[in-house]
Ligand binder design. Structure first.
Ligand code: URA
Length: 178
């Protein structure tokens, strides 16, 4: 799967990328986190969430008692859109089989969609403010919704919201109370 992503030419995002960015983490992780698309740092390193948003996410996980290497982290779209624009519907659709394969291979007990792009692409829902902090059951799987970590860079009020959500996610994935 990583090899297929690395050489993917299914959409035009392949033309501007330095590296395609498959998910990272181990098969068997109980938690999978899904963001939008790689940014500049991720494109340069070929790894998801290694820039500023990644630091916020890693910190939230650690505060919740989960090490970053104990979860699987990925994105809806595996290549950086030019200028970090939101990926188009066509780009998301072309890339979706990779995310579906990651879900099958990793088999997480909880999949956390972070932000509106992941919420719409994965669950077909709109309105992150309305859905965040909640579990959505779909196709026999449990999904948890939270804000995108990058949103907390621009709006510091979202930092405690993200941290509380990640704490709840970790608790739920361990079979704890909501
Ligand atoms: N934002 C995302 O959605 N994904 C990344 O990997 C980095 C920033």
């Amino acid at each position: 799967m990583r090899r297929r992503v690395a050489g993917c030419t299914l959409c035009s995002l392949c033309e501007g990328r330095t590296n395609a960015v498959p998910g990272s983490g181990s098969a068997g992780s109980r938690i999978m986190l899904v963001g939008e698309a790689p940014g500049r740092s991720e494109d340069a390193r070929g790894e998801p969430f290694v820039g500023a948003a990644g630091r916020i996410l890693t910190e939230a996980l650690e505060l919740a008692g989960a090490r970053r290497d104990s979860v699987y982290i990925t994105n809806v779209v595996k290549c950086r859109p030019p200028g970090n624009r939101v990926p188009t519907d066509g780009e998301r659709e072309k890339c979706m089989p990779y995310l579906e394969a990651e879900i099958r291979l990793v088999g997480p007990s909880m999949i956390c969609v972070m932000g509106n792009t992941a919420l719409g692409s994965v669950l077909g829902l709109e309105g992150i403010t309305r859905h965040r902090g909640k579990v959505v059951r779909k196709g026999g799987r449990d999904y948890f919704v939270t804000v995108h970590p990058a949103a907390a860079i621009y709006n510091r009020d979202l930092l405690p919201v993200l941290r509380a959500d990640v704490e709840k996610l970790v608790r739920l994935a361990e079979g704890g109370p909501a």
